[in-house]
Design a protein around this ligand. Structure first.
Ligand code: MN
Length: 188
């Protein structure tokens, strides 16, 4: 049930203060992914996939890479409500995740596994094809273990037409795909 899945999300936040969304929409036929650039205590990218009625989420310190040789650490974090995919702005410093958020990339995705996304998530091996602006083509997420109570995963690009060993969008394209704003634009 969405309520239960989001209990950690709600427990950590005061939504009236932070301005972040509560659960609204339920799952769609064309599931969405979003990557949010979150300049908080440390800069990271939040990679989220719509699975069922929530955005299953990972924190990726270095952001996704288009180079198939790269393996990016992705630490599983709490599920977020679907409406979070449109959220950008400033979370007050004293709130959980205090800092600024921009929608770094967003789009739909296809499940490339034979099994459902929920089953693949449990099994610790997801394969998806992303249809974003900065990220396109197949990516894999593989669970490698547990550390400090958090699932550790690796995110990597499959070598296909969306791969690019030179382009480094996590470094050279920090801006929002929705508004063109940067994290700095939301400060103050
Ligand atoms: Mn975050």
């Amino acid at each position: 049930m969405p309520k239960k899945k989001l209990s950690e999300y709600y427990a950590k936040r005061d939504l009236a203060s932070s301005g972040e969304p509560a659960a609204g929409r339920s799952g769609s036929r064309h599931p969405r992914f979003v990557v949010q650039r979150h300049d908080a205590r440390s800069l990271h990218f939040d990679f989220r996939l719509e699975i069922g009625d929530v955005l299953v989420s990972w924190s990726v310190p270095k952001g996704p890479s288009l180079d198939p040789r790269d393996r990016r650490l992705a630490v599983r974090t709490e599920d977020h409500p679907l409406d979070y995919a449109d959220f950008e702005g400033r979370i007050p410093a004293d709130d959980y995740g205090g800092g600024t958020v921009v929608v770094w990339d967003v789009g739909t995705f296809d499940n490339l596994n034979e099994t459902t996304m929920a089953t693949s998530l449990d099994a610790g091996h997801l394969r998806v094809r992303l249809h974003g602006e900065k990220l396109t083509g197949a990516f894999s997420l593989v669970r490698t273990g547990l550390r400090g109570g958090r699932e550790q995963w690796l995110l990597f690009k499959k070598d296909d037409e969306g791969a690019d060993r030179r382009r480094k969008p996590a470094v050279t394209q920090p801006e929002s795909v929705l508004t063109g704003k940067t994290n700095e634009d939301f400060e103050s």
